[in-house]
Design a protein around this ligand. Structure first.
Ligand SMILES: [Zn+2]
Length: 336
């Protein structure tokens, strides 16, 4: 397995007080070091610009490059900033993704800026902003070669990834907090893909407060059965640590036990899995989660240092209704 990291990823600046800041990577690195796993530097790849155009329009790429060349911190929208180092960081993230998929090994990419809210031309679907995201690294990975599936366990719906993949037969499965209660406001079960992509988009909106028990149920009942039937050659995992109960930007009830269950389930498919850091804004969760993931990928897994969480009765009831709805909609395409 490999962990990709370079200081280039800290060159993306977001201004004072921003939750998505370069310091997040120090905590992730500390966790990976505690796991005793070495780091690999992202290479500069000749094909990165060409691959980027599989996910984004040229006008958008040029617009971002122009902002990077201004020489100062520029507001792209109310949430999202571009600094002189942003383009190098975002391109290095894409390079690391392509390298990781080429290597056919498990990987954890400690990159920023995040990407899953970035659509073909920037802002995706009905979202008010790009939610800290610049280029959609996960979507570029999904469109690199045949048979890649994307699983998005960031607490926010990956509206950018969904938009880019929506009419392609590339599987995208997202678990996220109920879009009626959280940015970006999309990710409902009836968004199933279009044309050739119909049946390849799977959204599981989770009620706020859902615990590890509910997340396990979602993986056992929907995520894993669909993945097994799709039979991916490789997995790209948009990994946000922000579904953790201690995250300051969301309201879910997971602990690292829930994350570990999801990670072990995905690894049980026995195909290379590339975990890409997206969100996650509690520093100790980023550190402990990164340590746990690095150890799982290295085959040294052990239980995280917190008790598993349980959903209360009303949250469990809401989750059961959501799962029934997802099953009923997706059973047109998959045996569930
Ligand atoms: Zn997020």
């Amino acid at each position: 397995m490999k962990v990709y990291y370079g200081d280039v990823f800290k060159g993306h600046e977001t201004g004072p007080g921003h939750p998505e800041n370069p310091g997040r990577l120090d905590y992730a690195l500390a966790g990976v070091r505690e796991a005793g796993v070495p780091l690999s530097a992202p290479r500069a790849r000749d094909d990165v610009a060409q691959r980027l155009e599989t996910a984004h329009g040229r006008d958008y790429i040029r617009y971002v490059e122009d902002l990077c060349s201004l020489g100062n911190l520029t507001e792209l929208d109310g949430d999202t900033w571009v600094s002189p180092g942003t383009c190098a960081a975002a391109l290095a993230a894409v390079s690391a993704m392509l390298d990781a998929l080429d290597s056919k090994e498990h990987a954890y990419i400690l990159a920023r800026p995040p990407g899953h809210h970035a659509g073909r031309s920037g802002r995706a679907l009905t979202a008010p902003t790009q939610g800290f995201c610049i280029f959609n690294t996960a979507a570029v990975g999904a469109l690199y070669g045949e048979g890649v599936a994307v699983v998005d366990i960031d607490v926010h719906h990956g509206n950018g990834t969904q938009e880019i993949l929506y009419d392609r037969d590339v599987l995208y499965i997202s678990t996220h907090q109920d879009p009626l209660t959280l940015y970006p406001g999309t990710g409902f079960p009836d968004e199933v893909g279009r044309g050739r992509g119909e049946g390849y988009n799977v959204n599981v909106p989770m009620p706020p407060g859902l615990g590890d028990d509910g997340f396990k149920e979602i993986f056992d009942d929907v995520v894993m059965p669909i993945l097994r039937q799709y039979g991916p050659r490789a997995l790209v995992v948009s990994l946000g640590w922000d579904a953790h109960k201690e995250d300051p930007l969301a309201d879910m009830g997971l602990t690292l036990n829930g994350y570990r269950y999801a990670i072990k389930s995905l690894l049980s498919l026995n195909v290379p899995a590339v975990f890409l850091l997206e969100g996650g804004y509690n520093y100790s969760v980023i550190r402990e989660g990164s340590k746990m993931l690095a150890m799982e990928l290295a085959g040294l897994g052990r239980a995280p240092p917190e008790e598993p969480s349980a959903s209360d009765h009303s949250v469990w009831g809401r989750m059961s209704r959501v799962l029934a709805e997802v099953r009923s909609i997706q059973s047109k395409y998959w045996r569930l």
